[in-house]
Design a protein. Structure first.
Lengths: 358, 309
């Protein structure tokens, strides 16, 4: 039994490692889909800490994603040096902060925002919290849209472009790399970076889940008053959950910014927040394999189906283009999956029941 | 001074639309504890249906007075939206009534996206001009102007609210609704049919949303498939602001929110020396909301309930 598990584990690890090399053969667009799926997995894992473990419904999660992305966008693109001559004088070669500065900065800033949002909302009941976080997400988006005057910080709806690709140890992820005669495209390199981050996040999430902190979160989720009575400092624990979740969002944002090379407020709409919540809930809330499954399904499947949209579009004289079809599929998936499996596609085993199986 | 008066009028008009939509949210929440994310989309479907009917009537029966067209369009759209909301509840929320709380919320979000997408396919994504059916010459009140459409909005809101209050407080259905909101199990034991009450709640909510949607469309002069999103969001904010589950709270919250938004965006430019413009008006609602909830976690008129986390 144990050996079987190891074999499955090794096989899936190998499959994940080879995947981009195969997809590359079909075209980089396919690798891009895999990359985006991994990014969404990262986001869903972060939100899972807030919603799944601590039971705090956060509908403005995309705001932290945005904070990370803009952080990278500002610190690694010509925008700031173009607008502020003083900065240009300080950095004559342009502002290109290394990754080692930006990732901690993006994560830290997003975490700080998470705590800032968490602090006034801790007293609120579930649904009130949902609407406040939703409002927070919108506030961040309005600021991103309008902070282009009087001082041009975010460049408004036009967004920031010419963002550097990620560079580390002399490897530039923006350019293809050839290893022993085999060409690895830029998107495949990003795939490996994202995969590594996902693995790290899964490990962190899992360790958190079985730790004292994770159990405290779940106690709060099940019954806050009882948790308090057991001596859990619910305020600090909830803040920690917000902060941790936001940190994941911030790091994914940094990755997104460099991967796209361009950020604009459009990418951080409420729809994105809803999508991430849907991934967590559809997959199986609080259950890591479920969350990953949900994220991959909801992000990759509609993209794949876009390729079969052509004939459908022709049939309906252009009304049903690929973007509409994608939205339609996501909406239907959310409704149908919830109706058929209200606890998610791959829910966590119920308490007590997991013991009977052995 | 004239600016203030004008902003108050605009705020009342905006606020009464929020109030009507907020009532739909708050009634549903009071009875089944669900944030009906699709409510804004019901407003949109109502408004778009009325647009279709008005265009049809204007082309087929030229010369009909505007207010007759308006009334007929309103009746038909209300029926369509009510049927839609009835079906939504039956298909997407009813089977999940005893499921984990997030499940119906997710189907509600899914419904919202689905309706928006379907509306985009049916009505095409462009902005459509909404015809002005009432005379457009504005009246002057102490330097501020008010259009007949705005007067109609205020009047219609008052009538709808009065009708709703009568329905809830003085009819058998209203009593059943209040009983179900208080305690569904005991209400069922007393012979109230919860399913029927819930369906009735959704139908009433849809009618109010359609009225608000048509007001919104005639006030701003355009309709489009995304028009339900922002009023829906603001109205929900208004419902929470006033204390969710509380009918009077929804009305107070809606009108206050409208006033705050309109007065705030009228003065923010002058207050901050032109630093922040009126395009920040959308965030007033949320900033106010965060403040109110920090000070009074259950909303302005909400009762303090034990934390069920």
């Amino acid at each position: 039994m144990k050996q079987n598990k190891t074999v499955v584990f090794l096989a899936s690890a190998a499959a994940l490692l080879i995947l981009p090399l195969i997809l590359q053969g079909f075209g980089n667009a396919w690798v891009r889909i895999a990359d985006m799926a991994l990014l969404y997995v990262l986001l869903a894992l972060g939100l899972n800490i807030v919603v799944g473990y601590a039971g705090l419904l956060d509908l403005g999660y995309v705001a932290f994603f945005a904070v990370g992305a803009y952080m990278y966008g500002l610190l690694a693109s010509p925008h700031l040096t173009d607008t502020f001559p003083a900065l240009a004088a300080m950095f004559p070669n342009g502002l290109h902060m290394p990754l080692w500065v930006i990732i901690p900065a993006g994560a830290g800033l997003a975490g700080l925002f998470g705590m800032l949002l968490g602090a006034p909302t801790l007293k609120l009941r579930g649904d009130y919290l949902a609407i406040v976080t939703l409002g927070f997400g919108e506030i961040i988006r309005v600021f991103m849209n309008n902070l282009d005057h009087p001082v041009n910080i975010t460049n408004g709806p036009k967004g920031l472009n010419q963002i550097d690709a990620i560079r580390f140890f002399g490897i530039d992820l923006g350019k293809p790399l050839s290893v022993g005669g085999f060409e690895l495209s830029s998107v495949s390199l990003y795939y490996y970076l994202f995969l590594a981050l996902v693995v790290i996040s899964v490990v962190i999430s899992h360790r958190l889940q079985v730790s004292r902190i994770g159990r405290a979160w779940m106690a709060i989720r099940e019954d806050e008053i009882a948790a308090k009575a057991m001596g859990i400092n619910t305020r600090n624990m909830k803040l920690l959950a917000f902060g941790m979740g936001a940190t994941f969002g911030g790091v994914s944002g940094v990755m997104f910014g460099s991967f796209q090379g361009f950020v604009s407020p459009e990418s951080f709409s409420l729809m994105e927040s809803v999508m991430i919540v849907a991934m967590v809930v559809l997959g199986g809330i609080g259950h890591l394999p479920g969350v990953i499954l949900g994220a991959v399904l909801l992000s990759a499947l509609p993209e794949v189906l876009r390729y079969v949209a052509g004939p459908l579009q022709a049939m309906t004289d252009g009304r049903l283009d690929s973007a509409i079809l994608r939205q339609l599929l996501i909406a239907l998936a959310m409704i149908v999956v919830m109706l058929m499996r209200p606890r998610g596609l791959w829910p966590a085993p119920e308490h007590g029941k997991s013991l009977q199986g052995k | 001074m004239e600016i203030l008066l004008q902003q108050i009028i605009n705020g009342l008009v905006l606020g009464s639309m929020y109030a009507l939509v907020a009532l739909g949210y708050t009634m549903v929440y009071g009875i089944i504890n669900l944030i009906n994310f699709a409510h804004g989309e019901v407003l949109m479907v109502g408004a778009l249906t009325s647009w279709t009917i008005i265009s049809l009537m204007q082309s087929s029966m030229p010369g009909t007075p505007g207010w007759i067209i308006l009334i007929i369009a309103m009746l038909i759209s209300c029926v369509v939206a009510a049927a839609l909301n009835f079906v939504i509840e039956k298909v997407a929320y009813r089977p999940l009534r005893n499921s984990p709380k997030l499940a119906p919320m997710l189907t509600a979000m899914g419904m919202s996206i689905l309706l928006q997408t379907l509306a985009m396919i049916i009505w095409k994504p462009n902005y459509k001009p909404y015809p002005t059916l009432l005379p457009s010459a504005p009246f002057n009140i102490g330097g501020a102007v008010i259009t007949p459409t705005q007067i109609m909005i205020l009047g219609l809101t008052a009538v709808s609210l009065a009708a709703l209050m009568y329905l809830v407080n003085h009819t058998k259905l209203g009593r059943a609704m209040r009983a179900t909101a208080e305690n569904p199990r005991v209400a069922a034991l007393m012979g109230v049919k919860p399913d029927m009450v819930i369906s009735a709640t959704f139908i009433i909510g849809a009618v109010l949303a359609t009225i608000a949607g048509m007001m919104y469309a005639s006030n701003y002069g355009t309709v489009q498939h995304t028009m339900g999103f922002l009023p829906g969001l603001k109205a929900f904010t208004a419902a929470v602001f006033g204390g969710i589950g509380n009918l009077a709270g929804a009305v107070v919250g809606g009108i206050l929110l409208g006033l705050i938004e309109s007065i705030g965006s009228g003065y923010i430019g002058a207050l901050t020396g032109g630093l922040l413009g009126s395009h920040y008006s959308d965030i007033f609602a949320f900033i106010v909301l965060i403040f109110v909830l920090t000070l009074r976690p259950s909303g302005l008129l909400g009762e303090r309930v034990a934390d069920r986390a």
